[in-house]
Design a protein around this ligand. Structure first.
Ligand SMILES: O=C(O)CCC(=O)C(=O)O
Length: 263
């Protein structure tokens, strides 16, 4: 067993240090900036060449929030982003973990500016094709300290699948019940740009506010394994699972064994 295997098994997450080189990170930022330049110039906004990617993002966000949202949707499709989130070392780890080929799920670039308008509460990673998946979170800027990042509860992946409910704060999103979160066990991860965090779908995790004056940039990807995919088990199943999957729904028979309350 390697250190990565051991960490993942015990804590529900592990870190591949220095997975992306500085050159790869620069290349991804260049691609992101090209997306912003394309929109800015198409809508007649002035582009200051050396403004940098942060300023261009904030320019769009302040002046054209709808186009900014469209750019956000497109960034996860950039080839540099897909390439980084399909790193062979990480995927080999996932294939060994689950013993099946992996299905590509939602890939995104997260942009957390100091307004903190995208913070996620503590949750498990659900609503994917499979109940079981490998999640990859790669900061493009150093995290921890006052730039915030991700907080997790080590070992929480062993507690099973929990019911989530919708909360308005910090964002209209799904949250684990607060009573489940023992704040004394919460760890804020301190990762360098280019490190890759891999984590189990049941790991309790959520955002840490960005109290710096800079933007936190992160790549996030999800890979589903094949053995817990309702869509492959019933012609009446949807392609993505529900946030709170019903064990009696088509193709969901396996869900019952993971429900936290059944333990
Ligand atoms: O990066 C963050 O702040 C949170 C990301 C996260 O929890 C997720 O994508 O599921």
């Amino acid at each position: 067993m390697t250190q990565i295997d051991d960490d993942y098994d015990r804590n529900g997450y592990a870190v591949f240090r220095g997975l992306l080189s500085n050159d790869s990170i620069s290349d991804i930022f260049d691609q992101i900036e090209r997306v912003f330049d394309t929109s800015l110039s198409a809508i007649g906004e002035r582009i200051t060449d050396h403004a940098g990617v942060d300023a261009k993002y904030l320019q769009l966000k302040t002046r054209h929030p709808e186009i900014k949202a469209y750019c956000y949707n497109v960034l996860g499709m950039l080839h540099g982003v897909r390439h980084a989130l399909s790193n062979e070392t990480v995927l080999a780890f996932g294939r060994k973990l689950y013993g099946t080929p992996l299905l590509a799920g939602y890939m995104q670039v997260r942009i957390d500016d100091p307004s903190d308008d995208r913070l996620l509460p503590m949750h498990q990673e659900l609503e994917l094709m499979s109940l079981m998946n490998l999640n990859i979170w790669i900061p493009l800027t150093d995290t921890g300290g006052n730039r915030g990042g991700l907080r997790v509860v080590p070992g929480s992946h062993r507690s099973g699948l929990h019911v989530h409910h919708r909360v308005e704060e910090p964002q209209n999103y799904w949250s684990l019940p607060l009573s489940l979160i023992d704040e004394e066990r919460v760890v804020t991860l301190d990762l360098a740009a280019g490190d890759a965090l891999v984590f189990h779908p049941f790991l309790f995790h959520g955002s840490v506010p960005n109290s710096s004056s800079t933007i936190r940039w992160t790549l996030v990807g999800r890979w589903s394994e094949l053995n817990h995919v309702p869509y492959l088990r019933s012609a009446r199943a949807s392609m993505s699972m529900d946030r709170n999957p019903d064990p009696t729904a088509p193709g969901n028979q396996f869900v019952r064994q993971y429900l936290a309350t059944s333990k």
